[in-house]
Design a protein around this ligand. Structure first.
Ligand SMILES: NC(=O)c1ccc[n+]([C@@H]2O[C@H](COP(=O)([O-])OP(=O)(O)OC[C@H]3O[C@@H](n4cnc5c(N)ncnc54)[C@H](OP(=O)(O)O)[C@@H]3O)[C@@H](O)[C@H]2O)c1
Length: 412
């Protein structure tokens, strides 16, 4: 038994996704059984309401308070737990003090951020400290980027078993997905668009596919990037850009780098959305491209951003209903090719909406993996990605407890 009172603290438990996560943990591990955990946030009143909503089963759940901007309160929080999971976002606005404190104290940490520029700043500023203290920091444990990162990991394992070598190129295509955005996610996306509009250096950084790789990981390979409507001969469909590609591709390349370039130093990876065949698919691809461009431009410009925030997008704390989460799903297709021209197709599916129902279950299993499956001797302190730190442990958990499937479809 460790000296800390808790294995896991959910910081931001009152957020939209924090509530889903808290309910999921309660249903999966109870309270103070195999895992000692607590809920935390800035408002004791809101946390008490959440505890009441969680029902009798949560009677013994401990409440802790801390403010994301108050380092002393975060230190007091972290001293009581082995692992902190944070759903307080946008992370670029509120996230740094907690990462700082965790890397000082050696507290393990995971979160849901998809904000590339913030992750890079955290790595640059705190990686040495994390290595020294033993804190394992794992960003991107939601829909961005677990299905992509673990999907590529799974495909490469299958390729190694079948062909004896990994694939030097992998494409991920979103075949179907149903789900809505929450207020927190939209706030994070709009914050990136706003910052990028006034910062050319940030725009350059966001365009660099290797921005999260360690400096020593050099690749000269020009990465494919679906920026507009285009036809994909491998899947025989039209494609549109996929909004999460900007983060997922960076995480997949970092995973490759952290695993000694096991996918190859010149590994190629891209993501896009399938829009269908023929003229209908082509028109849909152009329509989605235009709509995405319009949203990003509107988010970057003050007057239209105000209109979006005020009247169009959900407010922070809002998100899809339970019913909408249950009716959601996603189906991702991967194709990998080896240097010798062999190819392999795999499929990853999720049984709830990507951003919330499914994200809550993935995040829950990621934090359990960090607390229970991967010791500090196995994986030392530093900034990890989901596949590079969790590997098979998370693959098994996602299949058994998060409603994800990972399937080999074809190899030749
Ligand atoms: N990667 C993915 O797939 C994925 C999916 C979903 C969400 N996300 C990300 O996860 C984050 C949360 O999303 P959400 O929709 O759940 O957000 P949300 O409902 O808007 O919640 C934000 C949370 O931050 C808390 N907070 C704000 N300022 C704070 C402070 N100073 N101290 C302590 N807590 C503070 C709020 O506390 P109060 O409750 O007290 O107001 C609230 O609990 C966002 O950054 C979003 O982009 C990622």
């Amino acid at each position: 038994m460790s000296q800390q009172s808790f294995d896991i603290v959910v910081f931001g438990a009152t957020s939209f996704v924090g509530q889903i996560l808290s309910r999921y943990l309660l249903e999966t591990v109870g309270v103070d059984e195999e895992v000692r955990w607590a809920i935390a946030g800035r408002s004791e009143g809101k946390l008490l309401n959440l505890k009441t909503d969680l029902g009798m089963a949560a009677e013994n759940l401990t409440i802790l308070t801390a403010d994301a901007g108050d380092e002393a309160s975060l230190r007091a929080l972290c001293e009581q737990t082995r692992v902190v999971i944070s759903t307080v976002g946008p992370y670029a606005l509120y996230g740094e003090p907690l990462v700082k404190v965790c890397t000082e104290l050696g507290t393990d940490y995971c979160d849901l951020t998809g904000e590339v520029q913030w992750i890079r700043q955290m790595i640059e500023t705190y990686e040495d400290q994390a290595k020294a203290s033993g804190a394992r920091i794992v960003h991107c444990c939601g829909f961005d980027s677990i299905p992509s990162d673990m999907g590529v990991y799974f495909l490469q394992q299958q390729a190694k078993q079948t062909f004896g070598s990994t694939c030097t190129q992998v494409k991920m295509r979103v075949r179907t997905a149903k789900g809505e955005f929450s207020g927190g996610t939209v706030a994070s996306l709009m914050n990136v668009a706003k910052e990028a509009a006034s910062n050319p250096a940030l725009r350059k950084e966001l365009a660099n596919p290797f921005s999260l790789c360690p400096p020593k990981h050099r690749s000269t390979a020009r990465q494919p990037n679906v920026k507009s409507a285009e036809f994909d001969p491998d899947f025989d469909v039209w494609l549109a850009p996929f909004v999460m590609a900007a983060i997922n591709t960076r995480i997949v390349h970092r995973s490759n780098a952290l695993q000694g370039a096991t996918y190859g130093r010149e590994f190629l990876y891209d993501e896009a959305m399938m829009t269908g065949k023929g003229m209908k698919g082509r028109l849909a691809a152009y329509g989605i491209t235009a709509a995405m461009g319009g949203f990003l431009v509107a988010s970057a410009v003050k007057p239209t951003r105000y209109v979006l925030e005020r009247f169009v997008v959900p407010k922070p704390g809002e998100g899809p209903s339970d019913d909408a989460q249950k009716k959601g799903f996603y189906d991702l297709r991967f194709i990998g090719k080896t240097a010798k021209g062999q190819s392999i197709r795999t499929k990853v599916t999720g049984d709830m909406d990507p951003g919330y129902g499914s994200t809550g279950k993935m995040l829950g299993q990621a934090v359990l993996c960090l607390a229970l499956d991967v010791s500090k001797t196995d994986k030392a302190g530093g900034f990890w990605t989901p596949s590079s730190i969790f590997g098979d442990h998370l693959l098994e958990r996602l299949r058994a407890h998060s409603g994800l499937t990972f399937e080999l479809q074809e190899q030749r």
